[in-house]
Design a protein around this ligand. Sequence first.
Ligand SMILES: Nc1ncnc2c1ncn2[C@@H]1O[C@H](COP(=O)(O)OP(=O)(O)O)[C@@H](O)[C@H]1O
Ligand SMILES: O=C(O)C1=C[C@@H](OP(=O)(O)O)[C@@H](O)[C@H](O)C1
Ligand SMILES: [Mg+2]
Length: 192
Amino acid sequence: MAAGTGQPVEPQYLPERPIVMVGPMAVGKSVIGAELARRLGLEFVDTDQRIVARHGSIGRIFSARGEHHFRQLEARAVADVLDAPQAKVVVLSLGGGAVLDTGTQQLMARATVVYLRATLDIIKERIIRSSGRPLLASDPLAAWSRLAAARGPVYARLADITIDVGTSSVPELVDRLIGLLAAESRKENTAP
Ligand SMILES: Nc1ncnc2c1ncn2[C@@H]1O[C@H](COP(=O)(O)OP(=O)(O)O)[C@@H](O)[C@H]1O
Ligand SMILES: O=C(O)C1=C[C@@H](OP(=O)(O)O)[C@@H](O)[C@H](O)C1
Ligand SMILES: [Mg+2]
């Protein structure tokens, strides 16, 4: 099916490993991951959505139990998907801070990791309007910039593929990503 038509499944590209979406808050990990999964005919898992379904809102977890507890739930949600000898081939979107856990970093070696990168300019309208991210509760622009800068080298080190989201739409980004994933998979399959 032609690119951009929104039809599921690209028959020429069948991923052999899970695909993990990383990057700073509001860059589009959840929406792009979900659309990528739909297009590839794969199951989609979002660690935040799983945590909320099982434990209630992220804001409430932070206020009642603290960030450390949230990080433990997050690491467990990642391990539930990736910590198997033959990890299921799914699209897994992480929260922006999940990559700080060393166990999670190790498990990501079993996946193809996609870093969605953006500048504050692209993100700022999204984070001014949004709520529900406790780490952006006060001075969201400064907090986002600080966290994106501190975590950027970790995302970059873990990534197999980096995409600057810029002003592209979600379908455009998914089209581009499928092309890059297919190229990455050919590279992995021909590596000596
Ligand atoms: N490329 C895009 N173009 C327009 N809006 C986007 C794009 N990517 C994400 N969004 C919007 O930005 C917000 C944050 O996206 P989300 O997927 O929740 O980010 P993340 O999971 O990285 O925090 C959502 O309202 C989403 O619809
Ligand atoms: O960057 C972070 O530390 C966080 C990112 C959020 O997910 P998104 O990146 O999907 O917004 C969510 O996990 C939580 O609010 C903490
Ligand atoms: Mg998300």
